[in-house]
Design a binder for this molecule. Structure first.
Ligand code: SAH
Length: 223
């Protein structure tokens, strides 16, 4: 690749990225810090070269292993909802690393990102890619996101990029008071994105919107 990593040409140019940001803005993303990070994150470098010309379309795209890179709108929405640009949000758990795009976005807004992926080769590729792009404040783990990351808890925020049928209890337990869990919940055909906040007095749950994520696979169930 001859082009500088963060600029791009043609379909990956700054102009193309600005168009994506305008689209996200008109769809209700209003956190300027999040929009700025989306604009400067080179999404085309998280995709196979054959798909990189579509990187700034607001659509999910395949990344192999039957998995997808999330739609930019969803990444922006989850990042905004978890409050990543707000000061008290310092440590965020990111479940379903995939190609690492959501991880990269978070790492530019918070102090530290802890990311878990169950497919070893996706995790390894994401780590190599994010290190090459100089995103440093990230810890990687290959494992089952259902269990969260207990010895790094509590987290100020947890973002889940795959849908379980019910909210995993371990995840809500790993939230700090004031922390938020953003998670799609439901079957493969019908899901809702939920926001669960831990308050002094317990948990407050809210449905944000309908969602279409890949399933959160339980390794125990598939044994
Ligand atoms: N965050 C990615 C989205 C990847 S798609 C992005 O920015 O585009 C969701 C990912 O969740 C897939 O890579 C899938 O392998 C992973 N996944 C599914 N079930 C999981 C589980 N139980 N634990 C950890 N990762 C899981």
């Amino acid at each position: 690749m001859n082009e500088p990593l963060h600029t791009g040409v043609g379909m990956t140019s700054m102009r193309t990225r600005q168009r994506l940001v305008e689209r996200l803005r008109s769809n209700g993303i209003d956190d300027e810090a999040v929009l700025e990070v989306i604009e400067r994150t080179p999404r085309h470098l998280f995709l196979d070269e054959a798909l990189s010309h579509r990187a700034y379309e607001d659509t999910p795209l395949p990344i192999g292993h039957n998995q997808t890179i999330s739609q930019p709108y969803i990444v922006a929405l989850m990042t905004q909802l978890v409050g990543a640009s707000k000061k008290p949000v310092k440590r965020v758990l990111d479940i379903g690393t995939g190609c690492g795009y959501q991880t990269a976005v978070l790492s530019q807004l918070v102090d530290w990102v802890f990311t878990i992926e169950r497919i070893e080769s996706l995790s390894g590729d994401a780590q190599a890619r994010l290190q090459a792009l100089h995103y440093k404040n990230i810890s990687y783990r290959v494992g089952d996101g259902y269990a969260g990351w207990a010895n790094k808890a509590p987290f100020d925020g947890i973002i889940v990029a795959a849908a379980p049928e019910a909210v995993p209890e371990a995840l809500v337990q790993q939230l700090a008071v004031g922390g938020k869990l953003i998670i799609p919940v439901g079957s493969s055909t019908q899901q809702q994105l939920q926001l669960i906040e831990r308050t002094q007095n317990g948990f407050v749950q809210e449905v944000v919107t309908d969602a279409h994520f890949v399933p959160l696979v339980s390794d125990e169930e598939s044994l």
